[in-house]
Design a protein around this ligand. Sequence first.
Ligand code: UDX
Ligand code: ADP
Length: 463
Amino acid sequence: MIIKSICCIGAGYVGGPTMSVIAHENPHIKVTVVDVNSDRIASWNSDDLTKLPIFEPGLDVIVHKARGRNLFFSTDIDQAIDEAEMIFISVNTPTKTYGAGKGMAADLQYIELCARQIAKVSTSDKIVVEKSTLPVKTAEAIKDILDNTGNGIHFEILSNPEFLAEGTAVQDLIDPDRVLIGGAETKSGQEAIDVLAKIYASWVPEHKIIKTNLWSSELSKLTANAFLAQRVSSINALTELCEATGANITEVANAIGSDSRIGPKFLNASVGFGGSCFQKDILNLVYICKSLGFHQAADYWEQVILINNHQRTRFANQIVKALYGTVADKKIAFFGWAFKKNTNDTRESAAIYIADKLMDEQAHIQVYDPKVTALQMQSDLNHLNSRSETKNSKYLTTHTDPYAAAVGAHALIIITEWDEFKTYDWQKIYNTMSKPAFIFDGRNLLNRSAIESIGFTYTGVGQ
Ligand code: UDX
Ligand code: ADP
């Protein structure tokens, strides 16, 4: 079977870039990305490529080449489903905020809605591909819905988790470490795996395409994220100790990372990890372990989250303590709001939690981020806390110029490791701040001695 038409449900951080690259590398396949959010689709179709709903380095070039040729963004979900031979499900699967498994399990309502819609409108056989990160055995639920509510046609379910990291999505998609495809251990399951593998083989070397059963594929995605997050929590769990003893976490990370069995990546101590995946996937893993009665394993993985929460709280407390025990009515500048550099995504960013804590102490927060909008920052805070929206806006000021964000501030916090921060005129920033001027570098981004020689009081993470 050769696929001529693909539909992807969900035009978000995963669906948008992934389908853009698949379309770019397979000009003979028509790829239609659909979404219920018409504003998002309109932004994907915008002539002005700076208006794409997602900021990812290099994405504009790929979209520009493929869009209108074989890449389409649309709100006509039914039509796109019906005409496709292969359907990717790339909708959001947030942590449940209600009912059983609240705060831990994945909320699968959007996935189920997709399955029901596919079943309703399909009139020909389809391969349905799970792209969103899902709890193990979700494929079984999707298959059940499709087989029992569909029009009697054949659905083959595949799991093809996405491993791209935001900020490097295009690069990760073009040159992935691996592509993972899981399918049923039946003849039709294996055939479907091969059909999808062929699409990737247009640009990915075949030895990088790993084929497994469905459950191994689903579980691998959860555990890959758990392992990565565990590394960040492991290094962060040493920062307090370094601060108390005079060891330097950067030196420690460098020393341990040079052991080839450990490796140098993902050992940057920070104010805590964020993003849409790490916390959600670990909570999911913990929930699955608990549901199966594996309490020790659940506690083990949960500790990764607890250390992350502790790291954020500890950082906020350090600021209050250094500012003589009170930040009430003081101005605190935030450089960065996104959960990492090179993205406009703010989901689970440490910035939100730290700002919230400081606003509880009645500090005025003045934020600059190169890519995050003021509206997004406001909405992040409104979602997190019970403070009124008016109170949130009273304590939050946003700036489009970093130098303006620092004026009058008692302290400046680096939350996101944007490269441009390293190039600023820090003397100029110092001159406009209240004295003594503090810097809390949540990413260990700046050169300590250069910053201290200007006159700043500098605090890094774990040094
Ligand atoms: C992650 C996985 O890397 C990716 O494979 C998966 O598909 C989705 O989840 P993402 O969340 O986009 O990707 O970003 P990632 O680069 O993994 O960073 C996650 C968080 O950890 C960020 O807040 C980052 O700043 C933080 N981090 C990362 C550290 O604090 N220190 C590090 O050394 C590395
Ligand atoms: P991710 O990071 O997993 O890509 P996003 O939230 O960025 O998550 O994107 C998910 C997208 O899926 C959103 O744009 C949302 O509007 C869309 N979506 C959710 N449910 C449906 C649905 N039933 N049909 C179409 N689109 C949907």
